[in-house]
Write a protein that binds this ligand. Structure first.
Ligand code: ATP
Length: 270
């Protein structure tokens, strides 16, 4: 089976922190999956497990499997996972602050399959992020928060991923910039790259996603189409503040509702 498949995944940090327990997540291909949940729910841990970077954080998979395009990746090195086409943008807009924008992108291109893929990816990044072309010779540390987020995403796209893992790209950004990042995620998906979008900003994530899962203390609590979850009382109460907090949120919810035909929401008791 193509795409990402996470089956019965459990992850532990040290001896006692059970960060994920028996988590199942599928991204069969060509979609945006939102992963929602509050602080400490296990969202970043899931992305770390998929990108093979748990060890760097003192974590380990204790049960379950992760496959991508039919191949096991749960024991693979991060570099191997990148070569398979799965690339992560970790939380916190991690750019090389002292390097120029261009050099940051070039560094991302080291993960590309070959020179042709690199050239294609460079053109795609230039088209998606014109502002990065304008700032190409500037040090990345001097960019605004939103521009740094674009650079972090652009750098990941330079290795021409099949699946992009984004960890809270909207964190700390002004509402207008959050809207731009949302539009960019949609465009990346329309260009043929699947996306797993981890977000605390459920409104933004559900406006972009096809499907979503909600994690609660390391377990999948809800799963369904983005429209189902946007309409769910549980999600509204816990993650949308019970009502749209701003005009922008209301618009995002309308977009989500228009984009997805309603289906039955499944509640997982696990
Ligand atoms: P946030 O939105 O706050 O980033 P999250 O949903 O991404 O939260 P995780 O960061 O995956 O949650 O954390 C899941 C659990 O694992 C939490 O209890 C957290 O305290 C714990 N945890 C995360 N990273 C580590 C670590 N490196 N060492 C020990 N425990 C950790």
């Amino acid at each position: 089976m193509g795409g990402l498949r996470v089956d019965g995944l459990s992850v532990r940090y040290g001896r006692s922190v059970h960060a994920l327990q028996d988590v199942d997540v599928d991204v069969p291909g060509d979609e945006v999956l939102a992963v929602l949940g509050g602080n400490g729910a296990g969202k970043s841990t899931l992305l770390r497990a998929v990108s093979g970077t748990l060890k760097l954080h003192g974590g380990a998979v204790t049960a379950g499997t992760i496959t991508f395009d039919g191949e096991r990746i749960d024991r693979a090195d991060p570099a191997v996972i990148v070569r398979r086409g799965v690339v992560a943008v970790p939380e916190g807009r991690q750019v090389f602050a002292r390097m120029t924008v261009e050099d940051n992108l070039r560094a991302g291109g080291l993960g590309a399959r070959d020179a042709a893929a690199r050239t294609k990816a460079r053109a795609r990044v230039a088209e998606l992020f014109p502002v990065l072309a304008e700032r190409s010779g500037q040090r990345a540390g001097l960019l605004s928060g939103g521009e740094q987020q674009m650079l972090a995403i652009g750098r990941a796209l330079m290795s021409d991923p099949k699946l992009l893992l984004l960890d809270e790209p909207s964190l700390g950004l002004a509402p207008k910039m959050v809207g731009r990042i949302a539009a960019i995620v949609r465009e990346i998906h329309e260009q043929g790259t699947s996306v797993v979008l981890v977000e605390q900003n459920a409104t933004m994530a559900l406006s972009v996603a096809d499907r979503a899962v909600v994690l609660e203390v390391g377990r999948v609590a809800l799963t369904g189409s983005a429209a189902e979850l946007a309409a769910s009382d549980d999600v509204a109460r816990l993650y949308l503040g019970g009502h749209a907090e701003s005009e922008e949120q209301a618009q995002a919810e309308q977009v989500a509702a228009r984009r997805h035909a309603p289906r039955v929401l499944s509640r997982w008791s696990g």
